[in-house]
Ligand binder design. Structure first.
Ligand code: 6PG
Length: 473
C-alpha cells in the first residue's frame, strides 16, 4: 500500500497534522530526521488510521503514491532548505513539496522558482491554529501553482476547520501568496493580542478591577461582537491562579513578550510596500519595549501622573468600544497590506476568501470575520474596511468612547499604543487636510524637493533662499 501524502518533521505540528490526515482516512507516510519520533508516533497513535513509517528519505519517498505529496513541517529558514535539498533529488516532475512552516514569503518565492525549473511544485502553505488546530482542523493558506492545488486542495480542505460547512482552506494564489497571507495573519494576531492586553491594563489600572473580575468582563464580551478565540483564551488566562503562590497567574509571569518573527516581517514588508500598518507595528514595538529590561529598569523612576483609580461605571463598556474600533483598524490595515502585496506580486488574492478561511481554525478566528467577508462580498474593490457601511457605523458609534479611553490612558499614564495609533489612523484617513502639506514645504525649503499644488498640475519649487518666487512646471 502507498500513502496518499507524507509528512516529514514530526515535532508537535507535524505529528498532529499527520494524525489529522490519518483520522480522515488518508494513509499517511511519516518520517523524521531521528526515527525515535516516528516510532513514538506510530506506537502512540497508530490506531487512529493508516501510518506508513519510514526510516530513510528514500523509503519515505518510495512509499508515496504519485504524484507525490510531501509535507515538510520543520523550522523555517535553514532547516527547511536542508530538507528540500535532501528530498528534491529523490522526486520527479509533477511531485509536490508542501512547506507548512511559518516561512518568509520571499524564501518561498525563491524556493518555488528553483524547484519549478526541475518540474517540482513547491507549495508554501500557511497553517494556523496551533497544536490543537493542526490536529482538529486548522485554517490552511496554500500558495503555489493552481495545478498543485488540484492535487492537494481536496486533501487540505478535508482536514481543515469548517464553518457553516465551508472549509477554512482555499488556494490563496501563486508562489509565495500563501505564506504572505499567513504572515499578515500573524501580524493581525499581534495587533489583536496587543489591543486585548491594553484593554486588560486599563480595566486593571483605570477601573481598578482584579484579574478574575476582568476575566468576567472578557467572558461577557465574548458573547457579543468581540466573540473570538483570543478573547475566550484571555478570560481563561486571567482567571487562572498560580498554584505555587496562590496569586493570579498573570501576576507571576515575567512581563517581557517574545516573538519569533512573523509580526516583524509583516511590518518590514509593509514598509517596503508603503502600507501604513501602525496597529501591527505598535504591537511589535510593544513586545520589543517590554523585552528591554535594562532600559525599563533605568527609566522606572521617571515622573508620571498618580495612578489613581478614576474610571466610573460604564468604563468597561467604553473600553469594549475602543477595542472593537481599534480592532477594525488593525484588520483594515492588514487587509490593505494583503491587497498591496497581491498587486505587487500579481497574486490576484480574493480578500473576501481570506476572511472566509480565517473564520475558523486559526488563532484570529472570530465572529467579526464574517462581517469582513460580507464587506468584500458587497464591494470587492472597497478601498478600506473602514468605509464599509457596517464598519463605518460601528466605528462612528464607538468613536466618542474610543477617544475617552485614549484620553484616560494618557491622563493616568497607562500606555495604550495600540488604541492610540488606531485612533490616529482613523482621524488621519478622515481628515480634510493633513499637515503633510507643511512637511512638503519643509522638504522644499531645505532640499528643493519640490511639491505639488492643490490648484494646478505639475511640480513646484519656491526660491526660499532668494526672492521666494515660485518656479514650476
Ligand atoms: C498560528 C500562530 C502560530 C504561532 C506564532 C506565534 O497561526 O497558529 O500564529 O503560527 O503561534 O508563530 O508567534 P510568536 O512566537 O512570534 O508570538
Amino acid at each position: 500500500q502507498k500513502a496518499r501524502i507524507g509528512v516529514t518533521g514530526l515535532a508537535v505540528m507535524g505529528r498532529n497534522l499527520a494524525r489529522n490526515l490519518a483520522r480522515h482516512g488518508h494513509p499517511v507516510a511519516v518520517h523524521n530526521r531521528t526515527s525515535a519520533r516516528t516510532k513514538a508516533l506510530v506506537e502512540e497513535f497508530g490506531g487512529e488510521g493508516t501510518f506508513l513509517p519510514a526510516e530513510t528519505p528514500e523509503r519515505f519517498v518510495e512509499s508515496l503514491e504519485r504524484p507525490r505529496r510531501l509535507v515538510v513541517m520543520v523550522k523555517a529558514g535553514g532547516p527547511t532548505d536542508a530538507v528540500i535539498d535532501e528530498f528534491a533529488p529523490l522526486l520527479e516532475p509533477g511531485d509536490m513539496i508542501v512547506d507548512g512552516g511559518n516561512a518568509n514569503f520571499a524564501d518561498t518565492r525563491r524556493r518555488e522558482a528553483a524547484l519549478r525549473e526541475r518540474g517540482i511544485h513547491f507549495v508554501g502553505t500557511g497553517v494556523s491554529g496551533g497544536e490543537e488546530g493542526a490536529l482538529l482542523g486548522p485554517s490552511i493558506m496554500p500558495g503555489g501553482s493552481a495545478e498543485s492545488y488540484e492535487a492537494l486542495g481536496p486533501l487540505l480542505e478535508d482536514i481543515s476547520a469548517k464553518v457553516d460547512g465551508t472549509p477554512c482552506c482555499v488556494h490563496v494564489g501563486p508562489d509565495g501568496a500563501g505564506h504572505f497571507v499567513k504572515m499578515v495573519h500573524n501580524g493581525i494576531e499581534y495587533a489583536d493580542m496587543q489591543l486585548i492586553a491594553e484593554a486588560y491594563d486599563l480595566l486593571r489600572h483605570a477601573a481598578g478591577l482584579a484579574p478574575a473580575e476582568i476575566a468576567e468582563v472578557f467572558r461577557t464580551w465574548n458573547t457579543g461582537r468581540l466573540e473570538s478565540y483570543l478573547i475566550e483564551i484571555t478570560a481563561e488566562v486571567l482567571a487562572h491562579t498560580d498554584a505555587s503562590t496562590g496569586k493570579p497567574f498573570v501576576d507571576v509571569v515575567l512581563d517581557q513578550a517574545e516573538q519569533k518573527g512573523t509580526g516583524r516581517w509583516t511590518v518590514q514588508t509593509a514598509l517596503d510596500l508603503g502600507v501604513p500598518v501602525g496597529g501591527i507595528a505598535e504591537a511589535v514595538f510593544a513586545r520589543s519595549v517590554s523585552g528591554h529590561a535594562a532600559l525599563r529598569e533605568a527609566a522606572r523612576g521617571l515622573p508620571g501622573p498618580s495612578r489613581t483609580v478614576m474610571a466610573g461605571s460604564g468604563f468597561a463598556d467604553a473600553v469594549e468600544k475602543a477595542l472593537y474600533a481599534s480592532k477594525i483598524v488593525a484588520y483594515a490595515q492588514g487587509f490593505h497590506e494583503i491587497q498591496a502585496g497581491s498587486a505587487e506580486y500579481g497574486w490576484n488574492i480574493d480578500l473576501g476568501a481570506m476572511a472566509t478561511i480565517w473564520r475558523g481554525g486559526c488563532i484570529i478566528r472570530a465572529r467579526f470575520l464574517d462581517r469582513i467577508r460580507a464587506a468584500y462580498e458587497a464591494d470587492p474593490e472597497t478601498p478600506t474596511l473602514l468605509t464599509d457601511d457596517h464598519f463605518a457605523e460601528a466605528v462612528g458609534d464607538a468613536q466618542g468612547a474610543w477617544r475617552e479611553v485614549v484620553a484616560a490612558a494618557a491622563r493616568i499614564g497607562v500606555p495604550a499604543p495600540g488604541f492610540s495609533t488606531a485612533l490616529a489612523y482613523y482621524d488621519s484617513l478622515r481628515a480634510d487636510r493633513l499637515p503633510a502639506a507643511l512637511t512638503q514645504g519643509q522638504r522644499d525649503f531645505f532640499g528643493a524637493h519640490t511639491y505639488r499644488r492643490t490648484d494646478r498640475d505639475g511640480s513646484f519649487h519656491t526660491l526660499w533662499g532668494g526672492d521666494r518666487t515660485e518656479a514650476g512646471a
